[in-house]
Design a binder for this molecule. Structure first.
Ligand SMILES: [Zn+2]
Length: 407
């Protein structure tokens, strides 16, 4: 038997090991926590931040000074000090004149671009359309660049960078789109380097649902929540996972293909090439096919919202189909809950059109499928359809890189 000592080889480089927390890493984590407190709670003074984070006021000063110097944060007008007296507090908040962020969301056939302030305010938007099966990759790059040029500022602080959320698998290390089943023109496209070459700004790519999760985390219903799942449900199904405050990417961004986990052995064929993926039974497409099978009115354009209204009017078959749809959505959520128990599920996309009727039905089915745990009862919430979570999340990717919150 080999002992631990026998395996130690002085000549070999150690293959594994866990780096200790360096002062710079500790600085990154502390910066992230201070920023998250501001996003969660609004403008805060150094004293507020010290109290909320358990740090000294001097330490908070050290953390925020570089962000004040670079113009990301600004000091507001002094507030009267409290009953205890002392120096009047000056709240810190994101500077309106600070560097903005450019954000892009690429869907099959459509490109949305926006210029966003660090406080999450959308300052300009532009969009373009492309043919996802027939346009060449140069055409897509041109559309992205021209959309960006329409939103980029001509004066003031230069943007921190460009965040691009892609409906497809991405390599976050190289800025390449690895695969997009619904927009084959994107497959293999080195979009990050191509856009940087034309506009001269750092470009960061990420998978659409992960960007959406970041949008929830920084600017939406995930604020102040350490762990949650952000789910996009329309013609496709995607999940971004945040655990203990960190968006989960897997190696080079390979993780997060939750829509393609199997829920039905030998089930329906999926566009990814497998069968029985969660995506095959929980998207708009499934709903349209089932509505057609039941001969429901306007089956070809059926959405969660339209089906809910039919069910509420007592149309035969509609309530049963709605309940089956809720169960199918709940199936994947229950699996996620059993494995990682993020606890909160924020749903985006067309599904939110089903309103509270559908939300409660999904939650009910999730509760019937997970093992009860007194400390973690899963909750389903629907995002505001107009919340721009993905574009905000694309901006969040840039913010994370610019402030070195992503190692
Ligand atoms: Zn699949």
């Amino acid at each position: 038997m080999t002992s631990v000592d026998d395996r130690h080889d002085e000549s070999a480089e150690p293959r594994t090991g866990t780096a200790l927390i360096s002062p710079s890493l500790a600085g990154q984590v502390n910066r992230a926590r201070v920023l998250q407190s501001l996003y969660d709670l609004g403008p805060l003074s150094r004293s507020d931040l010290a109290r909320l984070t358990g740090a000294t006021r001097v330490m908070i000063g050290t953390i925020v000074q570089p962000m004040l110097d670079s113009g990301i944060l600004a000091e507001g007008k002094a507030r009267a000090s409290g009953a205890s007296g002392g120096k009047p507090a000056r709240p810190l908040w994101f500077s309106p004149s600070g560097p903005p962020i450019a954000a892009v969301h690429i869907m099959p056939g459509r490109i949305d671009a926006a210029l966003i302030g660090t406080a999450g305010d959308i300052r300009a938007t532009a969009s373009a359309e492309y043919a996802p099966h027939t346009d060449g990759p140069e055409m897509v790059v041109d559309h992205v660049v021209s959309s960006l040029r329409r939103v980029l500022p001509t004066d003031g602080a230069p943007p921190l960078g460009v965040g691009i959320a892609v409906g497809g698998m991405v390599n976050t290390d190289t800025g390449t789109i690895v695969k997009s089943s619904l927009a084959p023109v994107l497959t293999g496209l080195d979009l990050g380097p191509a856009v940087t070459a034309q506009i001269g700004l750092p470009v960061h790519l990420d998978h659409h649902p992960r960007a959406q999760a970041l949008g929830d985390r920084w600017f939406g219903q995930g604020r102040g929540v350490p762990s949650f799942a952000s789910i996009y449900l329309a013609d496709v199904l995607g999940v971004g996972l945040v655990l203990d405050g960190a968006v989960q990417r897997g190696g080079a961004g390979a993780g997060g293909e939750v829509g393609h986990t199997t829920v039905q052995l030998d089930g329906l064929p999926c566009h990814c090439g497998q069968r029985g993926c969660w995506e095959t039974i929980a998207t708009d497409r499934w709903l349209r096919e089932q509505a057609a099978r039941l001969a429901l009115p306007a089956a070809q354009t059926m959405t969660a919202g339209a089906l809910t209204r039919l069910a509420e009017r007592g149309h035969p078959g509609a309530a049963d189909l709605l309940d089956t749809y809720a169960r199918n959505i709940a199936l994947g959520i229950a699996n996620l809950q059993q494995v990682l128990a993020p606890g909160l599920y924020i749903l985006h996309g067309h599904t939110t059109g089903g309103g509270d009727t559908l939300r409660r039905a999904i939650e009910h089915h999730v509760h019937t499928r997970v093992l009860r745990h007194p400390g973690n009862t899963p909750r389903i919430v629907f995002a505001d359809p107009q919340d721009h979570a993905t574009l905000l999340g694309a901006a969040g990717i840039v913010l994370s890189h610019a402030l070195r919150l992503i190692p």
